[in-house]
Design a protein around this ligand. Structure first.
Ligand code: PEP
Length: 263
């Protein structure tokens, strides 16, 4: 079996101006020269993408956006297309974040159009899925996540280059984290759902998101089906984000050692 690789994505949400982004990313870029088996990506707000792209170009940290519109262009005031993101060297794009689903009324068909547009235009969508607290309490989480994935993938033709982020809504920004066992169970389920959808599931990174920080990331990343993390609040602090990246690098190194012994 190939050694596991980790993808650690920072979702800055609506934080930082272009100038603040440039400052924060300059420091981050100085302190992260890359590590085998770990990819770091940052998703700043749209208005800071140009500043971020300038600093991250030719370096190991990748650039992502937090949203996109599915049309290529047109009368869609306030929206941003895939081509506009590509033009700024954006590689990843978050799709279907629970804040967009809940606060901006993005439903399943909308998420599907965004996901398909990202795939068609060569962006790598990070599809967020996850249940509410009430849905977990009534043990519906597996059904909810299955429906969200099936709905999102429906409009995309043979998607390959995408990532799933499992983010239980009750764990986002609350300081509460799902247990590592619950996360592994859900990630295993997600891989099965992807297989049922005809996707090469073993090649799709499945990230966990929900109050991830350095103190809890090792136990989560250590689980076989957890391929990384989508980090909100903690990604706004370079020290904390780098600590998470460093712990992922340690795990990747260990995995590589195991892989060499096995082969
Ligand atoms: C997120 O917004 O995707 C997220 C996981 O936030 P936090 O890490 O702050 O819970």
């Amino acid at each position: 079996m190939a050694a596991k690789k980790y993808l650690i994505v920072g979702n800055w949400k609506m934080h930082r101006t272009a100038r603040e982004t440039a400052e924060a990313l300059s420091h981050l870029a100085q302190r992260w020269s890359g590590a085998r088996g770990v990819t770091l990506a940052i998703c700043p707000p749209f208005t800071a993408l140009t500043a971020a792209a300038k600093i991250l170009s030719n370096g190991p940290i990748r650039l992502g956006a937090q949203n996109l519109h599915w049309e290529e262009e047109g009368a869609f005031t306030g929206e941003i297309s895939s081509a506009m993101l590509r033009d700024l060297s954006v590689e990843y794009v978050i799709v279907g974040h629970s804040e967009r689903r809940a606060l901006f009324h993005e439903d399943g068909p909308t998420v599907a159009k965004k996901f398909a547009a990202a795939v068609t235009h060569g962006l790598k969508p990070i599809l967020c899925v996850g249940e509410t607290e009430a849905e977990r309490e009534s043990d519906e989480q597996k059904e909810i996540v299955k429906r969200q994935i099936r709905e999102a993938l429906r409009a995309a033709e043979a998607p390959e280059n995408f990532t799933i982020a499992y983010e239980p809504i009750w764990a986002i920004g609350t300081g509460r984290t799902a247990t590592a066992e619950d996360v592994q169970l859900m990630h295993g389920h997600i891989r099965n759902v992807l297989r049922e959808c005809g996707v090469a599931a073993d090649r799709i990174p499945i990230l966990y998101g929900g109050s991830v920080k350095a103190a809890n990331c090792t136990q989560l990343l250590n689980r076989p089906d957890v391929d990384g993390a989508l980090v909100g609040g903690a990604s706004l602090r370079n020290d904390e984000f780098l600590a998470i990246a460093g712990l992922a690098a340690e795990l990747a190194k260990r995995e590589e050692g195991v892989e060499q012994i096995e082969s």
